[in-house]
Design a protein around this ligand. Structure first.
Ligand SMILES: [Mn+2]
Length: 359
């Protein structure tokens, strides 16, 4: 079991990589999509996006797929800092919006995804995390929800505002789209689209030595913004695996999101999917409450027993990477850094405990 650190694309700098190493990470998970490009590029946000109704930012240029050269350069940078590149988190909506929406470019985009997966394998990154979702992260609010009024995110009720045309997964992929809203899709339609994606891309992933890892829907509700969600109960991960038993069909197992789910038991879910060796990597954070009323907390408060989760993972032989996907911001000159450092310190202590128990 290894500790990793997630970095947004603007954090691919020597300073952020040094920080990751210093707080105890050996591996990094990189978001190649720049979510924050709507704002001030000189001062990019470091807090986590809550899912603004107009979208976080613009998806990448449509025809430009990630190249082997640019990914090799990133890998060199990561390795120079003494770290290992474990995963890429999320496809760019520019590369697969019509796969999610069943639009006219779907065939071309499925082909493009295979190209991307092949290139990621060529570079030697073993995992691509993805979130097969139309509305994506949406409807969250920021507030002083964590101990001592530290700023974190939460949800204060369902969000039904429809998704505008030209936007998917909270990113604008077509700024010229006509006014109006995305058509409604059913759960059956969305599962069928996921099936098409998996059947088409898993053989390419296997050939490239890449695992595709599904994040559950965050927030995990049956519908958000009037659009269906796929994995909003722990057992729906089973349905996803049963679509295709390829060893490349895996999970980006977000324990915080699973703890927010209105149904199911988070410890049972951790046990079940780690026992079946379906977890590619883990997001680990704490939370109080369940959808649609929950708040993210510091890692040592909230409803979740983080040490218990790590004991289950360890017992089942999970050998992958655990990252804190988000943390509340601490009141100081570097709120994001302090929050993440606290979370990493806590996770590292838990790992020491678990390793010590097994001796
Ligand atoms: Mn997560």
């Amino acid at each position: 079991m290894k500790l990793g650190f997630g970095l947004y694309s603007h954090m691919l700098t020597p300073a952020f990589l040094a920080f990751a190493r210093q707080v105890g990470a050996t591996h990094v998970v990189v978001h190649l999509v720049d979510y924050f490009n709507k704002g001030d590029s000189a001062n990019p946000r470091q807090d986590q996006p809550v899912g603004e109704l107009g979208g976080w930012g613009y998806a990448g240029p449509p025809g430009k797929l990630w190249t082997v050269e640019e990914m090799r350069a990133i890998k060199r940078q990561i390795e120079t800092a003494g770290l290992v590149w474990e995963a890429i988190e999320n496809f760019d909506p520019a590369h697969w919006h019509d796969v999610l929406l069943d639009g006219p470019k779907k065939k071309q985009q499925l082909e493009d995804l295979r190209t991307i997966i092949g290139r990621v394998g060529e570079v030697g990154v073993p995992i691509i995390g993805y979130n097969f979702s139309i509305a994506g992260v949406a409807g969250r609010i920021t507030g002083p929800f964590a101990r001592g009024n530290a700023l974190s995110v939460g949800m204060a009720g369902p969000v039904d505002t429809p998704v505008p045309n030209g936007m998917v997964w909270n990113m604008v992929y077509d700024p010229e789209a006509p006014p109006g809203f995305l058509p409604h899709s059913t759960h059956e339609q969305l599962w069928k689209r996921l099936e098409d994606f998996l059947h088409y891309c898993l053989p390419a992933a296997e050939a490239a030595g890449v695992r595709l890892a599904a994040h559950p829907d965050d927030p995990p509700m049956a519908t958000v913004r009037g659009q269906p969600r796929l994995v909003y109960r722990p057992d729906l991960y089973r349905k996803l695996i049963d679509i295709d038993h390829s060893r490349s069909n895996q999970l980006e197992f977000c324990v915080g999101t699973i703890a927010e789910m209105a149904e199911g038991d988070v410890y049972e879910a951790v046990n079940q999917y780690s026992e079946q060796d379906r977890i590619a990597y883990v997001h680990l954070r704490n939370v109080r409450g369940k959808v649609p009323y929950y708040k993210e907390t510091h890692i040592d408060e909230g409803d979740l027993d983080v040490l218990r989760v790590m004991r289950i993972l360890w017992r089942n032989g999970f050998a992958g990477v655990i990252i804190p996907d988000h943390a509340p911001q601490l009141t100081c000159d570097a709120p994001w850094h302090a929050g993440m450092a606290f979370a990493m310190g806590y996770l590292r202590a838990c790992l020491k405990v678990v390793e010590g128990e097994s001796r």
